[in-house]
Design a protein around this ligand. Sequence first.
Ligand SMILES: Cc1cc2nc3c(=O)[nH]c(=O)nc-3n(C[C@H](O)[C@H](O)[C@H](O)COP(=O)(O)OP(=O)(O)OC[C@H]3O[C@@H](n4cnc5c(N)ncnc54)[C@H](O)[C@@H]3O)c2cc1C
Length: 463
Amino acid sequence: MSSAHTLQGFKRDGRIAIVGASLAGLRAAEALRGEGFTGSLTMIGDELGEPYDRPPLSKQVLTGWVPTDGTKLPRRRDIDAQWLLGVPASGLDLATNHVHLADGNEVAFDRVLISTGVRARPWPVEAEASLDGVFVVRTRGDADGLQQALAAGPSRVLIIGAGFTGSEIASICRERDISVTVAELGPAPLVGALGAMIGDVAADMQRAHGVDLRCGVKVTQLEGDAQGRLCRAHFSDGSTVDADVAVVALGGIRNTDWLQDSGLAVGVWGIACDSGCRAFDLNGLVTDDVFVAGDVARCPHPVYEYRFISLEHWANAVEQADIAAHNMVNAQADRWPHLAIPAFWSIQFGVNIKSVGVPTFADEVVVTQGSVPDHRFVAAYGYQGRVTAAVSFNNAKWLDHYRKLIETAAPFPPPCPTPDQPVDAKPVPVDFPGPVLLSQGATVVVTGHDPSERHVTAVRTHR
Ligand SMILES: Cc1cc2nc3c(=O)[nH]c(=O)nc-3n(C[C@H](O)[C@H](O)[C@H](O)COP(=O)(O)OP(=O)(O)OC[C@H]3O[C@@H](n4cnc5c(N)ncnc54)[C@H](O)[C@@H]3O)c2cc1C
């Protein structure tokens, strides 16, 4: 640790670099200052401008209610940082503790936090992806472009992928009275995140709102006209649809490419870390100077058999940033574990959908409260006889009750806490699609016990 040999010295004049200057990065920087860190703080981000919030990009921004520059993240405190924006980090050298930047510069650190998140999975055929009218939605620029295309009154929008983002955008299209086709390879919308039973409810909701929903089909080609504008899409069942806007909503890719030679346990599900946010190296050793937070992190959770969990949840990014920041400037005995039960929300077709826990870590699901036809209910998920998750449709006030059931491994199926227990409620198999679809639809995925997805050659550096 440079001149700062002691923890107090490090807190006073150590050097921290944060790579990824968005939600997790900003919240961690604020928490570090809140913890009394007065040393140098460098924020490295490949996007230009102030950190902003992403959830409105598939919701209020697309309705036109909120302009993209109205999505700036509120600042909780001054972070007194040096901001290096618009240039990506291209490498991490843990032998000399430097972050390399793509413009050739480098940043020295004593401790580093990696919060580089996820990017949108692009349409796989480059020439088709670059047609006018083809969008992904991850950044403010993406949302700006799509909002303008929707405002221009397209004849039809095609959404490719009916996970949360695709379904939310389909909902906005219907709200704006725009014709929309949703193409989903799986059997129903949201099926990768919430399973077949809730997927069927989501499919009914979409169709009731006038969405042309096509499940079990793949978009095989996006066709352009002579001016390079999208005009038609072809499907695996031989059918076609004419559309002038397409939104590719096929999930995300973790931004770990720049870490391939770092020696860290990096894989498609992110960077493996312990529950204190310390990164693992390829040999499964926990590092002490490298921390991870947000969508790029993959960390074990005791409630889920210590298996590694990868999340794309706003609340997780904030909680993990707080934990990482605390642990970066505190001694081992004072470190905190990240034990929060995952939570997620979405709004679509007039329904407020919320979940707690890990629905993909379940073998059964049962509606415990309310009425499915009224789209006002709670369903609980169970794994080997204990509650592991719950999802609510327009009934969020009960989710805290289910969070406690999950934390205490309460027996599944749980009793109904209110008088509105459905009469015919009985558990059914949860029925998730295979792992390929999970990678494109779920916002939380149990990724197993291995800290690294890669084949590893063990290299002994001691004895
Ligand atoms: C359209 C949309 C809607 C969403 N809606 C919801 C919702 O309703 N509910 C919910 O719970 N969650 C939602 N989310 C998820 C939520 O926004 C994320 O969980 C959250 O943004 C994660 O924050 P993060 O800081 O970990 O990652 P990110 O926000 O992805 O930030 C990572 C940052 O690192 C930068 N970066 C990447 N690589 C490099 C590099 N090599 N060098 C420097 N910088 C780099 C990226 O450009 C980015 O600025 C939504 C996400 C999107 C995209």
